[in-house]
Write a protein that binds this ligand. Structure first.
Ligand code: SGN
Ligand code: CA
Length: 551
């Protein structure tokens, strides 16, 4: 095959997949020893019957799924979020209401999950960094500890996965339509279909083919609902008749906080691209001139087969023509135009969520049908949050609530009380130690997070009262480096490059519209948070603030 040529192949029948795993004596021996140790540990955990079996861990993960777009979180979009299967995890398990990331961007979040460490310790501080595969990871530990391990879908860490018996990952960000997957032999193959469905098919194929003598750890990691918010063709129009609430701060003026905010490049108004994001292609516009921005093309549309394009055009074509006619007739003022783009954005975003939720449904059904539900811990999470029009934004990065929050729902039958809603502050540094403790494996000292098991069992005597945050990039979307601390009520954010501080009282100002950093009424709170910020930086061994911003 010539270089660069991609062969499109259809996914084989899942039942015909080969066995990927080789059981080594070492793994087997380690498994036996650890299973013994673990059975002693779990006896005290009110497990009955098959208590000695270590649980499987099914990690269902998506990209940029905001908690506001999950019904179980009860946010402003709870009535329209298409998440019945994710909500099932909340009903049958726990939904962590105060779950956060350490650095609100893709690669860093994934590196933190694998290592249980903040970005400055695992070395992956910005997208575009290269993950050091020689370092300790939870996947390596679970694999060495007797688990069958696999990762399917978005990886985004540049170096190939280590610690996994099987992997099949998107190159970089991956694509929605007819996506390519990198195979373990290094070759890239393109598959016909929709990324979310294909990722699920491949995860199920691996489950079918896995070594059933071991417990499994499977990371099923979707591209959706990441930009460019491209739905499965069967879901086009799914939200046409739904009234999507508009956030109160869609037209934020960025006053009363750092001047840095107004320099952002992630506004639905000023930066949402007409063809790329809003799906109004140039060749559809006739002589209608749309205002800026209009910089990008339509790479996802270009990937489709002719018959797929027909379905797309049948949906978007007439709607775009109506919009262009109204625009040309001057029927939309500036704010109407922003609201039109917001609705277009949200309909597409929620449609991509619908396919992710269907995937969760398929995975849960697989567990039910194969008698695996009881002894499988199922987690649903996403690499960070996302702005759904709040502050006028799409994208993430800021330490503001919508992008700082990370979904975390978990079902572990016989351990976690159904319908529980833990309030404690948790972070993605906690996932690795949690998985290790579930597997009865020791947590290395270098791990910075804490196991969530006491919270899952409902018997945490003490828990952290603050979280540390660090964001290092300054590139796409123009969000500069910033650092901060959050407690249950307050948040302090520091921008070192411009030496700007913000303090938010989240109880009085949940939308973070006004910094009270200079307000004398908050002098004591400010002093306490400033001290706590320094304490956390010391605890996590954070490097000094760089005087110059790196890209
Ligand atoms: C891409 C997107 C950005 C997004 C980053 C990071 N642009 O660069 O909008 O902020 O990814 O996202 S796109 O034109 O490629 O869609 S992340 O989830 O990978 O961190
Ligand atoms: Ca992401």
């Amino acid at each position: 095959m010539p270089p660069g040529h991609i062969e499109i192949i259809r996914l084989p029948d899942t039942s015909s997949h080969s066995i990927y795993n080789v059981v080594t004596m070492n793994h087997f021996a380690a498994h036996r020893t650890l299973a013994c140790l673990f059975s002693l540990a779990v006896l005290g955990m009110a497990h009955a019957g098959r208590a000695a079996e270590r649980p499987n861990i099914l990690f269902l993960f998506s990209d940029d799924h905001a908690v506001n777009a999950i019904s179980a979180y009860g946010g402003p979009l709870a009535d329209v979020a298409p998440t019945p299967h994710i909500d099932r995890l909340a009903r049958e398990g726990a939904v962590f209401l105060n779950s956060f990331c350490a650095n609100s961007i893709c690669g860093p979040s994934r590196a933190t999950i694998l290592t249980g460490k903040h970005s400055h310790k695992n070395g992956f501080m910005r997208n575009g960094n290269t993950f050091d595969p020689s370092q300790w990871t939870v996947a390596k530990a679970l694999q060495a500890g007797g688990y069958s391990t696999a990762v399917i879908g978005k990886w985004h860490l540049r170096t190939k996965p280590v610690g996994f018996d099987h992997w099949e990952i998107f190159p970089g960000q991956g694509s929605y339509y007819n996506p390519a997957f990198i195979q373990m032999d290094g070759k890239t193959k393109r598959f016909e279909g929709y990324a979310t469905d294909l990722t699920t098919d491949k995860a199920i194929a691996w489950l079918d083919a896995r070594d059933t003598s071991k417990p499994f750890f499977l990371m099923c990691q979707h591209k959706a609902p990441h930009r460019t918010f491209s739905p499965a063709l069967r879901h086009l129009g799914a939200f046409d008749d739904v009234e999507i609430p508009v956030p109160a701060n869609l037209f934020d003026d960025y006053q009363n906080r750092s001047p840095t905010l107004s320099k952002n490049e992630m506004e639905i108004d000023r930066h949402f691209d007409w063809a790329y994001d809003a799906k109004v292609r140039k060749d559809e516009r006739g002589d209608v001139q749309l205002p800026k921005p209009d910089r990008y093309g339509t790479p996802e549309y270009n990937r489709m087969t002719d018959s797929q394009k027909q379905v797309w055009d049948a949906y978007f074509g007439p709607r775009n023509q109506k919009f262009l006619k109204d625009f040309q007739a001057g029927k939309l003022n500036h704010q109407d135009l922003v609201r039109w783009k917001y609705r277009r954005y949200m309909r597409n975003y929620l449609s991509t969520v619908k396919a992710v939720d269907e995937s969760v449904g398929r995975m849960l059904k697989y567990l039910d049908d194969h008698d695996l539900a009881k002894n499988t811990v199922v987690i649903y999470s996403s690499d960070q949050g996302f702005f759904l029009g709040e502050h006028g934004w799409y994208d993430k990065r800021w330490m503001f609530e919508e992008s700082f929050r990370m979904p975390f729902l978990i079902r572990w039958p016989a351990v976690t009380k159904p319908g529980s809603k833990p309030q404690e502050l948790i972070q993605n540094i906690d996932y690795a130690p949690t998985f290790l403790e579930m597997a009865g494996l020791p947590v290395p000292d270098e791990v910075q997070g804490s196991s969530l098991l006491p919270l899952l069992q409902g018997n945490a005597d003490t828990w952290r009262s603050s979280l540390y945050y660090a964001y290092y990039e300054l590139g796409e979307h123009a969000v500069p480096q910033h650092f901060g601390v959050r407690t249950s009520r307050h948040k302090l954010i520091y921008f070192p490059r411009t030496d700007e501080w913000n303090l938010f009282d989240l109880e009085r100002d949940p939308q973070e519209m006004q910094s009270v950093h200079a307000d004398p009424a908050y002098r004591d709170t400010r002093a306490k948070l400033t001290t706590e910020f320094a304490r956390l930086r010391q605890q996590f061994d954070a490097p000094p603030f760089a005087s110059r911003q790196r890209k």
